[in-house]
Design a protein around this ligand. Sequence first.
Ligand SMILES: CC(=O)[C@@H](O)[C@H](O)COP(=O)(O)O
Ligand SMILES: NCC(=O)COP(=O)(O)O
Length: 252
Amino acid sequence: MSASSLRLGVNVDHVATLRNARGGSYPDPVRAAHEAVRAGADGITAHLREDRRHIRDADMERLRREVDRPLNFEMAATGEMVALACALRPHAACLVPEKREERTTEGGLDIVTGREHLRPAIARLAGAGIRVSLFVEPEVHVMEAARALGAPVVELHTGTYCEAYLAGDEAATARELARLARAAAHGAALGLEIHAGHGLTLESVGPVAALPQVRELNIGHALVAEAVFVGLGPAVAAMRAAMDAARAEAAA
Ligand SMILES: CC(=O)[C@@H](O)[C@H](O)COP(=O)(O)O
Ligand SMILES: NCC(=O)COP(=O)(O)O
């Protein structure tokens, strides 16, 4: 486990995507989780979607039982998922929005207008001893809403920042990074633990890792993509090093 103040959660969803492509048993997401831990992951994240397009129930059970690191169970705030999480008792649960037709998560959970239906889910998960985080847009008013809901952790959606970065739009990248920085500072001042994730790559991770209030980054797709060429262990180790270098440079 890293000595860094910034934790790396490795999301193994897309190892399961590759496994499911042929309907077999390999590559195994649990083996990927062990490899990620050996290379420096502080925790494992997996998203049990309602349509089970990648991570399946058995994967989540084995990740919980066989991997000696905190498991962050990403889920929609539905009765089915809350019941599954309360039975499994992962270290953490991150409530994320889901639409069956989406290719991937498209934004943060609506915790301003849609918050009342979240309260019972948050209460049940917390009551089961599970640390609850909300996957949300990096906005100051959303931090206020998260605190009002009683969630101890927010995960800031970095997808818009990453899209701007990948498009080479420097103005939009700077604007989105400033948005993340404002939300992280405000959320931390409210007492929220700040995480971030979605779409981060080795190239785009630095400025987000440098935000001092960010305690955890959850990264998956880019690591699995890079693993195709260099292997998962080296991909995780490189991401870990980039995060630590950015944090150290910002602190200097
Ligand atoms: C919430 C988030 O940004 C991701 O962790 C999520 O898992 C993305 O969904 P897919 O993994 O299905 O792309
Ligand atoms: N919550 C973000 C996550 O777990 C991984 O997202 P991505 O790196 O697969 O886009």
